[in-house]
Structures are given as structure tokens and as C-alpha cells.
Design a protein around this ligand. Structure first.
Ligand code: WTA
Length: 668
């Protein structure tokens, strides 16, 4: 267990643990006071309204988040307008980086907002944003917020099919994209993906940022270059006055079924939480340079690579490319080049740095760093220690921040000036947040007992207010397991005797690959679209670098394979390749499976339910974690004794388990 250094304690916004007790007394009042520090066009009538499962914060309050970032910033516009808001680092080392001051960003946002209005975009219209990590992505998000349009950002590495599903669900009429972007030195033709993705949607206008040198086809009546759109636009656009409960954005995330769900964030509550969690957890100060490595396509990107640092008047950095490109130490170079003071990344990245070896980073002293953060998956003790010693030089606190797309901002983390920092524990709930750990019957568990992590009223202002067009799913996913008044996180956790929470992992079928969220259902639905696949099962297995990796068990449609092909020894390999291509086509390269096994059948119950649990147990943690050599030596570990597999009596086809075991053994 570690505590803040004197230096951190001196500078931190919050130094005294009394804050927890104060907030606990009356969390509604606590948030009310915090919200009051921000700029409201009109004050709210009621701070918290609860009609389970629905709730609303700051009812009747009128705001615009961009006014709080710019002209009405808490720090004072005159004070921040000439400081850098944004630093952009390109992937190409030879390309020039860019910076935008608050004033420049304000102007660009206004021009883009006026451009959107010219295209006919109105308050509440949905606008798709399918952009790489370039300043125009931030400008687009802000431009939507300025005019009250609802942005829905789609991760640029998602495939056209994944883009289509999201555009169809939101009925977006406008899409903002770019001609391309760089990924590990190659140009990715994003416009082509966008063209494919909008087929069959209601998109009428496509705005294209020219970012790379590749030529793209522009459709005359539909496509317009970003520069042409904003060329003659005025430098000022009046902010739309939004109701606190109006939707700020929709962000899709993976849920229990094949289709992703659109989580809804409201203007008022989200803003308050984004501002205060950033300020207290990252301890933003005037001279900080904050770098969150998350892409804007995910919630971490929305909140901490955009809104939170901007609301706090902080300078932040976005980077277009891969952290290890062109060399493993690119991220370290970036930290030194800009004097980054706060660095926020995922455990996967930390494990990747660790794998490259500390030698590579020896020449960097990281003297400017003062705070380190982690997010997206549990950070194991060894990665935590490595991060703490080799990057933070035992000087920087590590903030292990737990939250979800649904919670809008961080909910559990130690505070840098208070601590304690305990490896693999995320820390205490944010002041004012009530959590509990419940058993299956809904009974509160004592310390050290593992159960379901839940959030109790009044929750937090940034908790999602719904699932777009799907109230039933909202109720079922979050408010049915423990009643309509308790938010069910789907994470297993326990707390130590000091109340510090350790997150164990998901209890549903969500897989976290390199911190990216997928469900077995959506991956299976993607694979099943392939004409040669009859059915499949997807599981997540532990992976040393990525946390979890995707493994597919697929059953092919033998009637689609000719007799000649059946005799060909390559046919299996071909089908496996098809599965990989299929998943990349439907979702994107980030979902590429680590292994595909072709099997004759899948273990199923008599009612036809696929028993993924059994498939999962076929992989013992040791086999996965062990080195190649170790695995060979320990072949007996693949003996999969019956006890290890659990009860097979409910299976309609228990014999298949042994057959799959044989296939696995051969492959190891
Ligand atoms: C997991 C990411 C352990 C958790 C912001 C959660 C974590 C899911 C942590 C949400 C952490 C996130 N320690 N696990 N610090 N942070 N998770 O929606 O399982 O992509 O439910 O949001 O990530 O993933 P999402």
C-alpha cells in the first residue's frame, strides 16, 4: 500500500479524507454544490428526481457544455483563451505536430457548427463521426454539442458493417469522416469504409476531412470536403440552450446480445461528472499536459480525451497512431517531447511496454510525469509495480480508475492527494457515490467476500439515462437483477477491510480484449453470417498482454464443401481463415481471434443452449500463461480431468467434449 508523496499532497485539490464523510451525509447536496460551480444559463428546479428505473439530475437546468469549455469557462475566458487546449501528434514522425489554443479551438468549433447548420443539421439530429485521432474529431464533437445535435462517434477501426449498424440505429443523416489515416505507417482508406458503411442508411451528407494523400471518390450531391464547408463560415455560433436532461451523445457499447446498444448521456449530469472527476482524480492544474491514450471512439476518449480536460482548461494531447510505432518507445518519446505530466492508459499498453523490456526505456527519466492512470481492465500486481517503478519512478501515484461506458466518467479510484494506492485495487468510490457488493440473493456482503458490484441511489450524475430506442433493454440490463432502484454493473468485486474495491471481472458475456469491449454474442452473430459456417461459440481466454483473447469454435456447413474440397488437407485452414476474415469484415481488426478451432459440434444442453462455460474450462489458466516450452513440458496439464470440467450430465452431446479436447491437445 502506498500513500501520496508530500509533493502531490501539497498540490492536490483534495488532500483530506474528510471529503468522503462530508459527501456521504448528503450526496445530493454534495453534487448540487459541485454543479453550482459550473455555468448554467438557468438554474435547475430539482437536483435529483427518481422515478425508478429512471432518474434525472438538475431538472429544469439549462446549459451548454461548450459554453463551459470556452466563453464561460470556470477559470475565466481571458485567462485560458491564449493557452494551448490541444496538442496533436501525428503518427508520421516527419509530419508536423499541431497545436490549437482555446481561442483557436473555439473558432474552429464555431465554424464547423455553422457548417453543420448550413447542411440542415438541427438540435437533436444525430450526427455520425467516423474519424481518426485528429483535431477535426474533437472539433466535430464540440460543433455538435454547440448546436445541440447528438454526436455518435464510431471508432475509426470499426468495419463498414459495424458503422452501418450504428448509423441505422440512430438514423443519422450526416456523417463526418476523413479520406484516410495512418496506421503503423500505412494509409487506411477510411472514406471507402464510410462509403460502404452508409449503404442502406439515411445518411444524406458526408463531410470529408482531407488528412492523408490518397485520392478518394467524392459523390457530387452527397460528399463535401470539410475545408469547403467551413471556408466562409462565421467565427461565432450561438450555443444551443440545452435542458439538463437533453441528450448530449449516444455511444454504442457491447451488451448481452448480438447488437450493440446505444447508451445515452445527458447534457447536465455528464458535464458535472466529467468536470469534477477530472479535476479531483487527475488533479488538473494550469501547467499540466495531460495525455490519455484512449481513442475518441470509446467512452474514455469522449470523457478524458476531450470533455473533461477542456472543461478544466487543461492542455491535453491526442496522438494519431500506435503507441509502439515506428519503434517500441514512441510513447516514451511523446511523453518527453511535450513534457507530459499526467499519463492515462490501459493495462494492456503497460504490459506491452513491459514486454519490450525496461532497457529500451532506460534513457527516459520521465521527470515531468507526476500522475499515472490505468483504465479498462484489471491491472495485475506485476504490471502495476512495473508501471509504478519503471515509468513513475516510485514518485507518481497510480490511479486505477474503474468505470464503464454506462457511467460516463470514473466512479471508483483513489484520489491522488489522499490515497492509498494498493496494487490491483481500484480504490474507494468517488465521494458521494454509494456502492455495495451483493450476493446472488441481493444481500450485502462483508469485506473480502466476492459478489456483484452495484451502485445505489442517487447514483452519479453521469450514469446513462437510457438505451437509445430500447427502454426494455435498459430495464433488463441494469435494473432487473436487484430491483429497479439498484444499478447492476455486471462486474464481480470485493473490498478489503478498508473499503478499497478490487474488481475481479465481468459476470456476463463481455470479453475485454486490450481493454476493448465485445460480447460473445456479437462476435458469434458476425461469424454466423458467413455462408460456410453453421454455428459457432466464442469464448475469452486469459492473455498475457491483452488481458483476454478471443477464441472461436466453429462448425462448418459441410454441404457447402464439395467432395474434392473435403479431401484437400487445406480445407480446414481455409475455413479458419474465412472465419477470421469474416470477423474483421463485420467488426474490425481489433476483434481478430487468437485461435479458431473447427469442430464437428458444440457442447449443448438438451434445450440447445451452447455451453461456453465448458469450452472455457478446457483452457486452464496455466496453459495460456505458460511459455511454449513450459506448455510442452506440461502436456499432462491438458489432461482436462472430468472434475475440472464440471457437470456434463446436462449436455445432450457429452461425447463432443472429448473430441474437442483432442483437437485442443493437438494444437498445443
Ligand atoms: C472493466 C471502460 C478493472 C469492467 C471505461 C467494466 C475495469 C468494463 C476497470 C467497462 C478497472 C474498467 N479495473 N476493470 N480499473 N475499468 N473495467 O464500457 O469490467 O469499455 O465493467 O468502459 O471494463 O468497459 P467499458
Amino acid at each position: 500500500m502506498y500513500f501520496p508523496t508530500k509533493e502531490i499532497k501539497n498540490s492536490a485539490w483534495v488532500k483530506d479524507k474528510k471529503i468522503y464523510k462530508q459527501a456521504e451525509k448528503n450526496p445530493i447536496k454534495f453534487w448540487e454544490d459541485l454543479a453550482g460551480k459550473l455555468f448554467w444559463h438557468k438554474k435547475w428546479r430539482k437536483t435529483f428526481l427518481h422515478k425508478p428505473p429512471y432518474f434525472q439530475w438538475f431538472v429544469g437546468g439549462k446549459i451548454n457544455i461548450t459554453s463551459n469549455i470556452f466563453e464561460n469557462n470556470f477559470l475565466g475566458w481571458e485567462k485560458i483563451k491564449n493557452k494551448n487546449a490541444l496538442i496533436w501528434e501525428p503518427e508520421l514522425v516527419e509530419e508536423q505536430s499541431k497545436t490549437l489554443t482555446y481561442n483557436e479551438l473555439f473558432r474552429e468549433m464555431n465554424r464547423a457548427a455553422n457548417g453543420l447548420i448550413k447542411l440542415g443539421v438541427k438540435k437533436e439530429d444525430r450526427v455520425g463521426i467516423y474519424l481518426p485521432m485528429i483535431p477535426e474529431a474533437i472539433i466535430s464533437i464540440l460543433a455538435c454539442a454547440r448546436i445541440g445535435a447528438i454526436h455518435t462517434v464510431v471508432f475509426s477501426a470499426f468495419s463498414p458493417s459495424a458503422l452501418k449498424v450504428r448509423l441505422q440505429d440512430t438514423d443519422a443523416k450526416v456523417l463526418i469522416t476523413s479520406n484516410g489515416y495512418y496506421r503503423k505507417g500505412k494509409i487506411i482508406d477510411l472514406k471507402k469504409n464510410a462509403d460502404d458503411g452508409i449503404k442502406g442508411t439515411k445518411v444524406k451528407k458526408v463531410i470529408v476531412v482531407k488528412h492523408t494523400d490518397n485520392k478518394v471518390k467524392m459523390k457530387k450531391t452527397r460528399d463535401i470536403w470539410w475545408n469547403d464547408l467551413i471556408k466562409n463560415q462565421s467565427d461565432y455560433c450561438k450555443p444551443a440552450i440545452m435542458d439538463s436532461g437533453d441528450t448530449l451523445f449516444i455511444l454504442y457499447t457491447s451488451g448481452s446480445t448480438g447488437r450493440p446498444k446505444g447508451t445515452i448521456q445527458s447534457c447536465g449530469g455528464y458535464m458535472v461528472q466529467a468536470y469534477w472527476t477530472g479535476k479531483w482524480i487527475f488533479d488538473f492544474h494550469q501547467d499540466d499536459i495531460f495525455w490519455s491514450t484512449a481513442d475518441l471512439g470509446w467512452i474514455t476518449g469522449h470523457t478524458y480525451s476531450c470533455y473533461s480536460p477542456l472543461l478544466n482548461g487543461t492542455t491535453f494531447l491526442i496522438y494519431e497512431g500506435s503507441l509502439d510505432w515506428p519503434k517500441p518507445d514512441r510513447w516514451a518519446q511523446i511523453i518527453e517531447k511535450y513534457g507530459v505530466t499526467i499519463f492515462y492508459t490501459a493495462p494492456t499498453a503497460v504490459r506491452m511496454f513491459e514486454k519490450f523490456g525496461a532497457k529500451i526505456f532506460k534513457k527516459y527519466n520521465f521527470a515531468t510525469l507526476r500522475i499515472l492512470g490505468s483504465v479498462g481492465e484489471p491491472i495485475d500486481e506485476s504490471a502495476w509495480q512495473w508501471y509504478f517503478e519503471k515509468i513513475g519512478k516510485k514518485r507518481c501515484p497510480i490511479l486505477d480508475t474503474w468505470w464503464q461506458t454506462e457511467t460516463g466518467g470514473i466512479l471508483i479510484s483513489s484520489l491522488p492527494g489522499v490515497g492509498p494506492f494498493k496494487p490491483s485495487f481500484t480504490g474507494l468510490p468517488f465521494p458521494g457515490l454509494k456502492t455495495d457488493i451483493l450476493d446472488e440473493k441481493g444481500k450485502s456482503l462483508p469485506s473480502n467476500k466476492q459478489g456483484n458490484l452495484v451502485i445505489l441511489p442517487p447514483f452519479a450524475p453521469g450514469l446513462l439515462s437510457g438505451i437509445y430506442k430500447n427502454p426494455k433493454k435498459y430495464l433488463k440490463t441494469y435494473w432487473s437483477q436487484c430491483g429497479k432502484k439498484i444499478y447492476y454493473t455486471s462486474d464481480a468485486a470485493y473490498k478489503d477491510k478498508n473499503g478499497l474495491i478490487r474488481i475481479v471481472g465481468r459476470t456476463d458475456d463481455v470479453i475485454k480484449v486490450a481493454g476493448h469491449r465485445f460480447t460473445t454474442g456479437e462476435l458469434e452473430a458476425a461469424i454466423n453470417l458467413h455462408p460456410n459456417i453453421r454455428e459457432c461459440a466464442v469464448i475469452g481466454i486469459p492473455d498475457k498482454i491483452k488481458g483476454e483473447a478471443i477464441v472461436v469454435f466453429a462448425v462448418s456447413k459441410s454441404e457447402n464443401v464439395s467432395l474434392k474440397e473435403k479431401r484437400s488437407p487445406n480445407i480446414k485452414e481455409q475455413i479458419k481463415k474465412q472465419v477470421i476474415i469474416q470477423i474483421r469484415k463485420e467488426i474490425g481488426p481489433i476483434a481478430t481471434p487468437k485461435q479458431v478451432y473447427l469442430v464437428r459440434d458444440l457442447p449443448k444442453t438438451r434445450s440447445g443452449k451452447i455451453m461456453r462455460r465448458i469450452l472455457k474450462r478446457l483452457f486452464t489458466p496455466l496453459e495460456i500463461a505458460g511459455t511454449e516450452k513450459k506448455r510442452k513440458k506440461n502436456k499432462s496439464l491438458t489432461g482436462f480431468t472430468k472434475e475440472k470440467l464440471g457437470d456434463l450430465s446436462t449436455l445432450a452431446n457429452p461425447e463432443i467434449v472429448e473430441k474437442i479436447q483432442r483437437i485442443l491437445k493437438k494444437s498445443l
